[in-house]
Design a protein around this ligand. Sequence first.
Ligand SMILES: [Zn+2]
Length: 305
Amino acid sequence: MISIKQKTLSLEHKFQGKGLHTGQVANMVVKPAPEGAGIVFHRVDLGPGAYVHAIATNVSSTARSTTISEGKASVSTIEHLMSALSGMGVDNALIEIDNVEVPILDGSARPYVEAFLKGGFVEQDAAKRYITLPREVEVRDEKTGAYIKAVPSDSPSIDLTVDFGSRILGVQHAVWNESVDYATQLAPCRTFVFFHEIEYLFQNNLVKGGDVDNAIVIVEHPVSDEQVARLASLFNVPKLAINDNGYLNNLQLRFPDECGRHKLLDLVGDLTLAGGRVNARIEAFKPGHSINTKMAQTICEAISE
Ligand SMILES: [Zn+2]
């Protein structure tokens, strides 16, 4: 499955939808790109030169999603699309987008992966870029206890643990290695949010595009019927209820540990900003976009030493 040649898409793929945080609708076309191009966004609404390269040094914000910027152009919430491209082994793609935020679609990477698989891939002549670390690297967040460690290895893997101190989620482990099928095991896993965070996020101008079709809502603390009714009206749906298992009844979990798997999907996307497949055994504890992208940057620094 892992090819040693670079790969791009056979066809263009169109997506349209609102961004999770801004609520703004974007039209996006994911196109094939020549070998060596990497993953590049083009803010077509800003004119012909508004390119943003998906590389770690362009990360400009990691507040609940990953944003990259170059000059005056920014693109936010790139992580699920980046993960889908990386998960399917796509090295080169040009993404034209006419707004600031990548559509959230169903909150997972599945719509991308399904489209890419259907359209197929093209093997290119140049060799795929593998990143070989000169030594072990590690990033830590002393405040949260989160860390990511990468040990050089010929068989790349990611071992991830999430612990939100949540009675609903518990501690979840997720693993990726070359024997794990990204398309079926990780791509379908959706983003999630805690019920008690939603009002705060709305007040802070985040999750404006959130609705019951694109995020798993976890109800950690007891909530009143009024709070549930208010959320239903925020989300513009007639009725919501809470399941016995602590999830909002709007959807069925695709995996019991869907949230942990989604964190892995995010990490795969963020690490792609290092510029290639990292030949390392990666261990991540409580990862998030901030520490993920810091790791991508640290990897870039380590290989340029
Ligand atoms: Zn995510």
